[in-house]
Design a protein around this ligand. Sequence first.
Ligand code: MN
Length: 283
Amino acid sequence: MATYVIGDLQGCFDELQGLLKKIDYQPKEDHLWFVGDIVNRGPKSLECLRFIKKLHEKGRAQMVLGNHDFHLLAAYAGLEKFQSKSDTLQPILKADDVKALINWLRTQPLMVSHSVFDAVMVHAGIPPQWTISEAQTYGKEVEAHLQSDDWKTFVTEHLFGAEPDEWCESLAGWARIRYIVNAFARMRYCDSNGKLEFKLKSAPDSTTGPFQPWFVHSNRKNKTHEIFFGHWSTLGAIDAYSIHATDTGCLWGGKLTAYCIETKQRHTLDCVQNCKPKNKKNI
Ligand SMILES: [Mn+2]
């Protein structure tokens, strides 16, 4: 039995199938962890969503919600203002089973923990000031809103926005929920206290001042666990600092990654250019 952590798919279904073949994936024995952003920009988001839902219902796969997965929930709920020309969500929104797909997607968590190893998976990261146990608790606060009867109001009116960018345990209401979502699903850079910086998307260099990749801060309280994440395609493959970066740019003609937790081995598939969207904005 193996647990493979699969990087951001963004609708690259054929590449996923190619990678599963390459690693000799055994559907009845192996588990798949998907780091989120399973949909959007690429050509086969509907196929990715159906595939992961089916495996999840059989107890063979888990996923966490990424920013593009939240975007799909909002698009279904009727929010138009953040929709982009490079979105490729229409086949899902028009599918016969869209309601079942969406109702399943909104039950997915922001963080997944391994049952044996001290390993967790999130989409973007965990701020330095949160322990793993705190992160778990905060994630559940968001999940409760997504799973409530009033979830559409949450995703259309309260979910999006870059404020507040600083965490404080006493943060309350939608501001608290928004920070938690932004940390788990959008963060790349922050300062040592978890103040978020969203303008920077490039790979780290010496010009970012107090803002550093969330995982390099020396005071980080969640170093107790190996943390798997995606979201940051310009970062490349990193296995250091007790973190594993798995978005190796499949969507951009890079590679799709499957990291085996048991063997600590990375497997990759070179991705074809036909997944590449014309508009490279809004990574
Ligand atoms: Mn993302």
